[in-house]
Design a binder for this molecule. Structure first.
Ligand SMILES: [Zn+2]
Length: 403
């Protein structure tokens, strides 16, 4: 996210809920891929409350924290209060391990079948934590998830190590070297993130270049704030993926479109952090269809969202059909940092999941609205009464829904 907006502590109205429960339910049933999720921004509300019980001081009182973590939506100022609390509760290896396991559990429950979770390994010597022990704790969380899960194939997880823009060139190179060392342990790439108003691209570029020369994939947060020179330089460098890219002029947008570089777009994050004015004004339709785009959450815990909710918001804001949502989800397999054979296998698995769901329910392929008797609850179907829940009829398969 862009942790930058001056005067952000004032309250602003929460974003409108544009989708219906039916749209959200549908999006939950689509197998999805998450490629832009920060570990520490994805912490459960209940875990924040529990782990902060013994905390003293800080920017938010415990009663306020109780209230804040039970709200369905949050202002930007409240999001920053939560980030402050999360920073203060992630001081033990046990907390990191627990948070990692829970984040994966929540993604799996949301029908995410593949995730690249990013985190900045932090050395906090005052708490006996090194960058290596930080990552050991995160890896233990991944292992704990699989040890406890009865459905070991439900979600594949890879890590991306994030260089924080506050880091020096030497610190960034340390993170890049760690990522390269751990590539066989489940680290799939390197990320550049953090406050977009801090630092200079040239500071971290050598570390990113080193990682790329070693065969690691790189994604970069860019265009979160108006900085056309930096956005142009990052585009010129051609990362494997780009995060956000909200603040572009016409020339940069054309450059990006010509590049074909996949975009990680996080609607709620961009709205809440005011990188875009509203969901309806988001730049998603400037790129999709035609340009590779993957919907992501950024910080699902702090922003009180989920990947299914982001899909539902996109469906409502941009009038996407059910089939377009499915295409969007499946295409994301091609933008992962997996090896080509693994990408193809993931894509096949997602397509098979959609078909199996259909066969199991005696439905036509790719209609997820049908019940076990083949009655289709798709909105706007032929004999629909026009209500939000739509009518009931026998499904005709791949017909596009009418919105
Ligand atoms: Zn981010």
């Amino acid at each position: 996210m862009a942790a930058t907006v001056a005067g952000s502590e004032q309250s602003s109205p929460p974003p409108p809920l544009l989708y219906t429960q039916g749209q959200l339910d549908f999006c939950r049933r689509i197998p999805k891929i998450e490629l832009h999720a920060h570990l520490n921004g994805s912490v459960r509300d209940s875990t924040i409350r529990e782990l902060s019980t013994g905390l003293e001081g800080g920017a938010v009182s415990l009663p306020d924290l109780q209230r804040l973590t039970q709200q369905a939506s949050r202002t930007l100022g409240e999001c920053f209060q939560l980030f402050d609390v999360i920073h203060r509760i992630t001081t033990t290896h046990a907390a990191l391990t627990r948070i990692t396991r829970e984040v994966i559990e929540d993604m799996a429950d949301d029908n995410v079948v593949y995730a690249e979770i990013r985190t900045t390994p932090k050395a906090r010597p005052e708490h006996g934590m090194t960058t290596e022990s930080y990552l050991d704790a995160v890896f233990k969380g991944v292992a704990d998830y699989y040890a406890a899960s009865r459905r070991t194939q439900d979600i594949q997880v890879r890590l991306l190590l994030s260089i924080d823009r506050r880091q020096s060139a030497a610190e960034a190179m340390g993170t890049a070297r760690l990522a390269v060392q751990l590539r066989d342990e489940g680290v799939a790439g390197l990320d550049l993130s953090g406050n977009p108003s801090v630092g200079q691209w040239e500071t971290w570029r050598p570390a990113l270049e080193y990682a790329r020369q070693q065969g690691l994939k790189v994604t970069v947060h860019a265009g979160e704030v108006w900085n056309p020179e930096e956005a142009a330089a990052i585009l010129q460098w051609r990362p494997g993926r780009l995060g956000h890219m909200c603040c572009l002029d016409a020339a940069l947008e054309k450059h990006l479109l010509d590049s074909g570089i996949p975009l990680e777009l996080c609607l709620t994050s961009n709205v809440l952090t005011r990188s875009v004015p509203s969901y309806a004004d988001h730049h998603f339709p400037s790129f999709w269809p035609g340009h590779p785009v993957v919907l992501c959450t950024d910080d699902s815990g702090v922003f009180a969202s989920s990947l299914s909710r982001e899909y539902a918001l996109a469906a409502a804001a941009f009038n996407l059909s059910d089939e377009e949502l499915q295409q969007l989800a499946v295409a994301a397999a091609d933008y992962t940092f997996l090896e080509p054979g693994e990408r193809a296998a993931l894509r096949e698995r997602m397509e098979a999941a959609l078909l199996v769901e259909s066969v199991d329910n005696s439905r036509s392929p790719f209609c997820l609205f049908c019940d076990a008797n083949g009655a289709c609850g798709r909105r706007g179907s032929a004999d629909s009464d026009g209500g939000a829940g739509g009518g009931r009829r026998t499904c005709d398969g791949g017909e596009r829904s009418v919105r």
